[in-house]
Design a protein around this ligand. Structure first.
Ligand code: PMP
Ligand code: GLN
Length: 380
């Protein structure tokens, strides 16, 4: 049987490719973003408890009410915004699904969505498979900021949405108040939706505030704001997240969700509903992860990589002009095979494979993993 591909230009994601290569060559994996240290035992015990107590059947379609209430409480505390847990929050199987569903909810054939590159690799295929057209705009290099003049000149009658991601994967750049002001000016009095990928909301460093869209009612009124428990609780394999949107928009979103996943894994929802009431866990996360970033930066001074600045996420990028003039893909493959360290070539996050000769390193790892990796990189 022949399938006329809906995604003819898409191969296997770079994360699967580099993780497989890392396994094959027994390389230290600083490629795909996931922690290699254990998650909270208290939280896993709560999941077990929920299962033993019989919470093993379908959750309500939008998610357990207790979890949605805990999320609304957290949003109130952090962003001083009142969210209705009944009508404005839906629990999803991960952040990627939350974003995908937002596109399915709003896009019609030919609609344009502005995305910024380097872009997390699911965004453009998510737009295209939902009939939309991605309008990729480059972030400035090497500080990876949004060029708002370019955004203004790229808006057309077909612009349906702008997708933002802060803290940013793969670069760790973060949006500031000025960016929010620019965004406000651009979307005010327009019909443009915002999809805000905030999965790294707590992985933000140097005492910078996270400029959540939830803090700005003028922006929230047109936004789908997407989160992931995987990043906050060191359990990326749980694939559990949520979307927050105004009630009328969420009503349409749930029409999509109810005939796709319908609902998510109940025991983890029950466990998180209780566990996330402990604010200290997420409030201590920036400090915890910043230590890892700073430790990695210190170690990398012994190599010939030139690190770029990161203020958030799991990631730090590095240029390698002092090592090689190979393409970033070639170097990433060679480093995995020959040096035993897997990374991600940043060109994989551009629709046209733009190659600034930059690799992405994931530092959400045990110190000894980071140490092992850098010992190998020092030989390059
Ligand atoms: N957005 C970005 C920018 C990410 O890095 C990730 C993590 N892979 C996601 C969304 C998706 O999170 P999840 O694993 O919960 O789908
Ligand atoms: N978010 C992770 C990364 O950027 C991995 C996600 C995935 O493997 N799909 O590396």
């Amino acid at each position: 049987m022949h399938i006329q591909s809906k995604l003819p230009n898409v191969g296997t994601t770079i994360f699967s490719v580099m993780s497989a290569l890392a396994t094959e060559h027994k390389a230290v994996n600083l490629g795909q973003g996931f922690p290699d240290y254990p998650m909270s035992e208290e939280l896993t015990a709560k999941v077990y408890e929920a299962m033993k107590q019989g919470q093993n059947q379908y959750a309500p379609m939008p998610g357990l009410m207790s979890l949605r209430e805990s999320i609304a409480e957290k949003v109130q505390h952090l962003y001083k915004t009142t969210i209705n847990p009944d009508t404005e929050i839906t629990i999803t199987p991960g952040g990627t699904y939350a974003i995908y569903s937002a596109f399915t909810t709003i896009l019609r054939p030919g609609d344009e969505v502005i995305v910024f590159e380097p872009a997390y690799d699911s965004y453009i295929p998510n737009i295209e498979i939902n009939g939309g057209k991605a309008i990729p705009l480059p972030l400035t290099y090497p500080d990876y900021k949004i060029d708002w003049e370019l955004v203004r000149s790229s808006i057309t009658a077909k612009t349906k949405a702008i997708l933002i991601n802060s803290p940013h994967n793969p670069t760790g750049s973060v949006l500031d108040k000025n960016d929010i002001e620019e965004l406000k000016q651009i979307v005010t009095d327009s019909n443009i939706f915002i999809i805000s990928d905030e999965v790294y909301e707590h992985l933000i460093y140097d005492d910078l505030p996270h400029e959540s869209i939830l803090k700005y009612p003028e922006l929230f009124e047109r936004s789908f704001v997407c989160f992931s428990f995987g990043k906050t609780y060191h359990c990326t394999g749980w694939k559990l997240g949520y979307c927050i949107a105004p009630a009328a928009m969420m009503k349409e979103y749930r029409k999509v969700h109810q005939f796709n996943a319908f609902c998510c894994f109940t025991p983890a929802q029950a466990a998180l509903a209780d566990y996330m009431k402990n604010k200290e866990v997420y409030l201590s996360l920036p400090r915890f992860m910043q230590q890892k970033r700073d430790y990695f930066i210190e170690l990398m001074k012994n190599t010939k990589f030139d690190l770029l600045t990161t203020h958030g996420s799991y990631f730090i990028c590095a240029s390698y002009g002092r090592i090689s003039d190979e393409s970033d893909k070639d170097l990433a493959i060679r480093l995995t095979k020959e040096a035993g360290v897997a990374t991600i070539p940043v060109s994989a996050f551009y629709h046209n494979q733009k190659d600034d000769k930059v690799l992405r390193f994931c530092f959400s790892k045990q110190n000894r993993t980071l140490q092992q990796a850098v010992e190998k990189l020092m030989k390059i």
